[in-house]
Design a protein around this ligand. Structure first.
Ligand SMILES: [Zn+2]
Length: 300
Protein backbone atom coordinates (compact mmCIF):
# COMPACT_ATOMS: atom_id res chain seq x y z
CA UNK A 1 0.00 0.00 0.00
CA UNK A 2 1.39 3.39 -0.95
CA UNK A 3 1.55 6.12 1.68
CA UNK A 4 -1.37 8.12 0.28
CA UNK A 5 -3.58 5.03 0.26
CA UNK A 6 -2.43 4.21 3.78
CA UNK A 7 -3.36 7.70 5.02
CA UNK A 8 -6.75 7.25 3.40
CA UNK A 9 -7.19 3.88 5.09
CA UNK A 10 -6.20 5.33 8.47
CA UNK A 11 -8.71 8.12 7.98
CA UNK A 12 -11.46 5.66 7.07
CA UNK A 13 -10.48 3.52 10.06
CA UNK A 14 -10.93 6.56 12.29
CA UNK A 15 -14.40 7.02 10.81
CA UNK A 16 -15.04 3.34 11.50
CA UNK A 17 -13.83 3.67 15.09
CA UNK A 18 -16.13 6.62 15.63
CA UNK A 19 -19.03 4.79 14.00
CA UNK A 20 -18.55 1.70 16.15
CA UNK A 21 -18.04 3.67 19.37
CA UNK A 22 -14.39 2.62 19.69
CA UNK A 23 -13.10 6.18 19.65
CA UNK A 24 -15.01 6.81 22.89
CA UNK A 25 -14.55 10.54 22.99
CA UNK A 26 -11.20 10.68 21.21
CA UNK A 27 -10.78 13.96 19.37
CA UNK A 28 -7.99 12.73 17.16
CA UNK A 29 -8.54 12.62 13.43
CA UNK A 30 -7.08 9.91 11.24
CA UNK A 31 -4.50 12.39 9.95
CA UNK A 32 -3.43 13.16 13.55
CA UNK A 33 -2.96 9.47 14.21
CA UNK A 34 -0.80 9.14 11.11
CA UNK A 35 1.34 12.12 12.07
CA UNK A 36 1.81 10.62 15.54
CA UNK A 37 3.30 7.60 13.84
CA UNK A 38 5.59 9.70 11.73
CA UNK A 39 6.82 12.04 14.42
CA UNK A 40 6.50 10.15 17.67
CA UNK A 41 4.50 13.00 19.13
CA UNK A 42 0.99 13.39 20.40
CA UNK A 43 -0.48 13.17 23.88
CA UNK A 44 1.19 14.26 27.12
CA UNK A 45 2.73 10.84 27.80
CA UNK A 46 4.75 10.94 24.61
CA UNK A 47 8.48 11.22 24.33
CA UNK A 48 9.16 13.91 21.78
CA UNK A 49 11.94 12.93 19.46
CA UNK A 50 12.51 12.70 15.74
CA UNK A 51 11.75 9.06 15.08
CA UNK A 52 11.25 7.34 11.73
CA UNK A 53 7.82 6.33 10.47
CA UNK A 54 6.66 3.22 12.33
CA UNK A 55 8.53 3.98 15.57
CA UNK A 56 6.57 5.63 18.41
CA UNK A 57 7.77 6.17 21.99
CA UNK A 58 5.59 6.90 24.99
CA UNK A 59 6.44 7.37 28.65
CA UNK A 60 4.72 5.32 31.38
CA UNK A 61 6.02 6.23 34.85
CA UNK A 62 9.75 5.52 34.83
CA UNK A 63 9.49 3.33 31.71
CA UNK A 64 9.78 4.36 28.08
CA UNK A 65 7.92 2.04 25.74
CA UNK A 66 8.55 2.16 22.00
CA UNK A 67 6.33 0.57 19.37
CA UNK A 68 8.44 -0.63 16.45
CA UNK A 69 6.47 -1.67 13.39
CA UNK A 70 8.07 -4.57 11.58
CA UNK A 71 6.50 -3.89 8.19
CA UNK A 72 7.32 -0.86 6.09
CA UNK A 73 3.74 0.42 6.06
CA UNK A 74 0.46 -0.42 7.73
CA UNK A 75 -1.68 -3.24 6.40
CA UNK A 76 -5.37 -4.10 6.24
CA UNK A 77 -6.80 -7.29 7.75
CA UNK A 78 -9.67 -8.56 5.60
CA UNK A 79 -13.10 -9.02 7.15
CA UNK A 80 -13.02 -12.68 6.08
CA UNK A 81 -10.26 -13.26 8.65
CA UNK A 82 -12.74 -12.73 11.49
CA UNK A 83 -15.30 -15.19 12.84
CA UNK A 84 -17.95 -14.97 15.53
CA UNK A 85 -20.70 -13.03 13.77
CA UNK A 86 -22.60 -13.17 10.52
CA UNK A 87 -20.35 -11.99 7.69
CA UNK A 88 -22.89 -9.39 6.57
CA UNK A 89 -22.81 -7.83 10.03
CA UNK A 90 -19.01 -7.78 10.01
CA UNK A 91 -19.18 -6.10 6.59
CA UNK A 92 -21.43 -3.39 8.09
CA UNK A 93 -19.04 -2.84 10.99
CA UNK A 94 -16.02 -2.70 8.65
CA UNK A 95 -17.40 -1.35 5.35
CA UNK A 96 -13.94 -0.89 3.85
CA UNK A 97 -13.68 -4.69 3.68
CA UNK A 98 -11.09 -4.88 6.43
CA UNK A 99 -9.46 -3.02 9.31
CA UNK A 100 -5.96 -1.57 9.85
CA UNK A 101 -3.37 -3.87 11.34
CA UNK A 102 0.41 -4.26 11.54
CA UNK A 103 3.10 -6.51 12.94
CA UNK A 104 5.16 -4.93 15.70
CA UNK A 105 7.39 -5.45 18.70
CA UNK A 106 7.77 -3.19 21.74
CA UNK A 107 10.97 -2.03 23.40
CA UNK A 108 10.73 -1.25 27.11
CA UNK A 109 13.51 0.83 28.63
CA UNK A 110 13.33 0.81 32.42
CA UNK A 111 15.80 0.71 35.33
CA UNK A 112 18.68 1.05 32.85
CA UNK A 113 17.62 -2.17 31.08
CA UNK A 114 16.43 -2.74 27.53
CA UNK A 115 13.65 -5.27 27.23
CA UNK A 116 12.29 -6.37 23.89
CA UNK A 117 8.76 -7.74 24.02
CA UNK A 118 8.43 -10.04 21.01
CA UNK A 119 10.68 -9.76 17.99
CA UNK A 120 8.23 -9.79 15.03
CA UNK A 121 8.79 -11.80 11.86
CA UNK A 122 12.52 -11.61 11.21
CA UNK A 123 11.94 -11.56 7.44
CA UNK A 124 14.60 -9.95 5.22
CA UNK A 125 12.61 -6.70 5.07
CA UNK A 126 12.00 -6.58 8.85
CA UNK A 127 12.09 -3.06 10.29
CA UNK A 128 12.88 -4.21 13.84
CA UNK A 129 16.67 -3.84 13.77
CA UNK A 130 16.56 -0.54 11.81
CA UNK A 131 13.96 0.67 14.34
CA UNK A 132 16.26 -0.22 17.23
CA UNK A 133 19.19 1.40 15.40
CA UNK A 134 17.15 4.61 15.06
CA UNK A 135 16.97 4.59 18.87
CA UNK A 136 20.74 4.07 19.03
CA UNK A 137 20.39 0.45 20.15
CA UNK A 138 22.34 -2.45 18.69
CA UNK A 139 21.07 -6.07 19.13
CA UNK A 140 23.88 -6.83 21.61
CA UNK A 141 22.52 -4.14 23.93
CA UNK A 142 19.19 -5.91 24.49
CA UNK A 143 19.23 -7.29 28.06
CA UNK A 144 15.99 -9.26 28.02
CA UNK A 145 13.48 -10.64 25.54
CA UNK A 146 9.98 -11.49 26.76
CA UNK A 147 7.87 -13.54 24.36
CA UNK A 148 4.05 -13.39 24.32
CA UNK A 149 3.71 -16.64 22.34
CA UNK A 150 5.49 -18.91 19.90
CA UNK A 151 4.01 -17.88 16.54
CA UNK A 152 6.55 -16.96 13.88
CA UNK A 153 5.50 -13.30 13.72
CA UNK A 154 6.56 -12.94 17.37
CA UNK A 155 9.72 -14.99 17.78
CA UNK A 156 10.90 -14.98 14.14
CA UNK A 157 13.14 -11.97 14.77
CA UNK A 158 15.18 -13.88 17.36
CA UNK A 159 17.02 -15.77 14.60
CA UNK A 160 18.79 -14.83 11.40
CA UNK A 161 20.21 -17.45 9.04
CA UNK A 162 20.05 -20.07 11.79
CA UNK A 163 21.91 -18.02 14.42
CA UNK A 164 20.67 -15.97 17.38
CA UNK A 165 20.32 -12.24 16.66
CA UNK A 166 20.50 -11.09 20.29
CA UNK A 167 23.84 -12.22 21.69
CA UNK A 168 23.40 -11.12 25.30
CA UNK A 169 19.67 -11.27 25.98
CA UNK A 170 18.09 -13.44 28.64
CA UNK A 171 14.90 -14.87 27.12
CA UNK A 172 11.71 -15.28 29.16
CA UNK A 173 8.84 -17.46 27.91
CA UNK A 174 5.70 -18.68 29.63
CA UNK A 175 6.02 -22.21 30.96
CA UNK A 176 2.66 -23.38 29.55
CA UNK A 177 3.50 -21.94 26.11
CA UNK A 178 6.88 -23.66 26.10
CA UNK A 179 5.44 -26.97 27.25
CA UNK A 180 2.61 -26.90 24.70
CA UNK A 181 4.83 -26.15 21.72
CA UNK A 182 7.57 -28.55 22.75
CA UNK A 183 5.45 -31.52 23.79
CA UNK A 184 1.84 -31.35 22.51
CA UNK A 185 1.16 -33.93 19.78
CA UNK A 186 -1.35 -31.46 18.30
CA UNK A 187 1.51 -29.05 17.52
CA UNK A 188 3.96 -31.68 16.32
CA UNK A 189 3.87 -30.48 12.71
CA UNK A 190 4.20 -26.79 13.60
CA UNK A 191 6.96 -26.66 16.19
CA UNK A 192 10.12 -26.60 14.06
CA UNK A 193 10.72 -22.84 14.25
CA UNK A 194 9.95 -22.57 17.97
CA UNK A 195 12.03 -25.63 18.76
CA UNK A 196 15.07 -24.37 16.82
CA UNK A 197 14.76 -20.93 18.41
CA UNK A 198 14.46 -22.26 21.96
CA UNK A 199 17.43 -24.55 21.37
CA UNK A 200 19.55 -21.65 20.10
CA UNK A 201 18.82 -19.64 23.27
CA UNK A 202 18.73 -22.62 25.64
CA UNK A 203 21.57 -21.45 27.92
CA UNK A 204 19.84 -18.12 28.58
CA UNK A 205 16.22 -19.29 28.63
CA UNK A 206 13.92 -18.73 31.63
CA UNK A 207 10.36 -19.96 32.01
CA UNK A 208 7.88 -17.86 33.96
CA UNK A 209 4.48 -18.55 35.50
CA UNK A 210 1.51 -16.20 35.10
CA UNK A 211 1.58 -13.72 37.98
CA UNK A 212 5.39 -13.60 38.10
CA UNK A 213 7.08 -10.21 38.17
CA UNK A 214 9.94 -10.20 35.66
CA UNK A 215 13.03 -7.95 35.61
CA UNK A 216 12.03 -4.32 35.16
CA UNK A 217 9.03 -4.85 37.45
CA UNK A 218 6.98 -6.17 34.53
CA UNK A 219 4.02 -8.38 35.43
CA UNK A 220 3.38 -11.48 33.30
CA UNK A 221 -0.36 -12.07 32.89
CA UNK A 222 -2.38 -15.04 31.74
CA UNK A 223 -3.68 -14.26 28.24
CA UNK A 224 -4.33 -17.84 27.14
CA UNK A 225 -6.61 -18.45 24.17
CA UNK A 226 -4.84 -17.30 21.03
CA UNK A 227 -2.25 -19.96 21.92
CA UNK A 228 -2.12 -22.45 24.85
CA UNK A 229 0.27 -20.36 26.97
CA UNK A 230 -0.14 -16.84 25.59
CA UNK A 231 1.12 -14.14 27.98
CA UNK A 232 0.44 -10.41 28.28
CA UNK A 233 2.75 -7.97 30.06
CA UNK A 234 1.97 -5.02 32.31
CA UNK A 235 4.46 -2.15 32.31
CA UNK A 236 3.29 0.57 34.70
CA UNK A 237 0.00 1.79 33.15
CA UNK A 238 0.44 0.03 29.82
CA UNK A 239 -0.94 -3.43 29.06
CA UNK A 240 0.96 -5.08 26.23
CA UNK A 241 -1.59 -7.69 25.20
CA UNK A 242 0.26 -9.57 22.44
CA UNK A 243 -2.33 -11.06 20.08
CA UNK A 244 -5.39 -10.30 22.18
CA UNK A 245 -6.73 -8.50 19.08
CA UNK A 246 -5.83 -8.75 15.38
CA UNK A 247 -8.15 -6.00 14.19
CA UNK A 248 -8.64 -3.46 16.98
CA UNK A 249 -11.21 -1.40 15.10
CA UNK A 250 -13.49 -4.44 14.96
CA UNK A 251 -12.63 -6.38 18.09
CA UNK A 252 -12.53 -3.63 20.74
CA UNK A 253 -16.14 -2.81 19.84
CA UNK A 254 -17.03 -6.47 19.24
CA UNK A 255 -14.77 -8.59 21.47
CA UNK A 256 -16.81 -11.67 20.60
CA UNK A 257 -15.13 -11.66 17.17
CA UNK A 258 -12.04 -13.83 16.81
CA UNK A 259 -9.35 -13.87 14.17
CA UNK A 260 -9.08 -17.22 12.44
CA UNK A 261 -5.63 -17.63 14.03
CA UNK A 262 -7.06 -17.89 17.57
CA UNK A 263 -6.44 -21.51 18.55
CA UNK A 264 -9.10 -21.66 21.31
CA UNK A 265 -12.01 -19.44 20.28
CA UNK A 266 -14.10 -19.36 23.53
CA UNK A 267 -11.00 -18.84 25.63
CA UNK A 268 -9.77 -16.06 23.30
CA UNK A 269 -13.07 -14.20 23.67
CA UNK A 270 -12.96 -14.59 27.47
CA UNK A 271 -9.35 -13.39 27.61
CA UNK A 272 -9.98 -10.40 25.32
CA UNK A 273 -12.89 -9.24 27.51
CA UNK A 274 -10.92 -9.83 30.73
CA UNK A 275 -7.83 -7.93 29.54
CA UNK A 276 -9.91 -5.01 28.26
CA UNK A 277 -11.82 -4.82 31.57
CA UNK A 278 -8.57 -5.04 33.54
CA UNK A 279 -6.99 -2.23 31.51
CA UNK A 280 -10.09 -0.05 31.83
CA UNK A 281 -10.43 -0.61 35.60
CA UNK A 282 -6.78 0.30 36.11
CA UNK A 283 -6.72 3.29 33.76
CA UNK A 284 -4.27 1.58 31.41
CA UNK A 285 -3.30 2.18 27.81
CA UNK A 286 -3.64 -0.83 25.49
CA UNK A 287 -0.74 -1.99 23.36
CA UNK A 288 -0.65 -5.05 21.14
CA UNK A 289 1.49 -6.57 18.44
CA UNK A 290 -1.14 -6.11 15.72
CA UNK A 291 -2.41 -2.63 16.53
CA UNK A 292 -2.12 -0.10 13.71
CA UNK A 293 -0.16 3.13 14.19
CA UNK A 294 0.57 4.57 16.65
CA UNK A 295 0.61 1.22 18.49
CA UNK A 296 -1.06 2.54 21.65
CA UNK A 297 -4.78 2.99 22.40
CA UNK A 298 -5.72 5.17 25.36
CA UNK A 299 -9.50 5.23 24.87
CA UNK A 300 -11.83 2.66 23.50
ZN1 LIG B 1 0.64 -12.51 15.79
Amino acid sequence: MRRREWLRSVASAAVLLAATGCANGSKKSGADVASDAAEGTGTSGDVRAALPDGVVSRRFGSAKITWIRDNEEGQMRANQMFVGADSTRIAQWAPEGGVPTAIAAYLVEVDGKRILIDTANGKPDSRLLPGLAALGIQPEAIDYIYITHFHGDHLGGMMKEGAPVFANAQVYVSAPEYDAWMTSPALAGRRAQAEATMRAYEARLRKFAFGDTLPGGILAMDAVGHTPGHAAFVVDKCLIGGDFVHGAALQLAHPELCARFDMDVPKSVETRKRLMAYAKENGMTLAGMHLPAPGFIERW
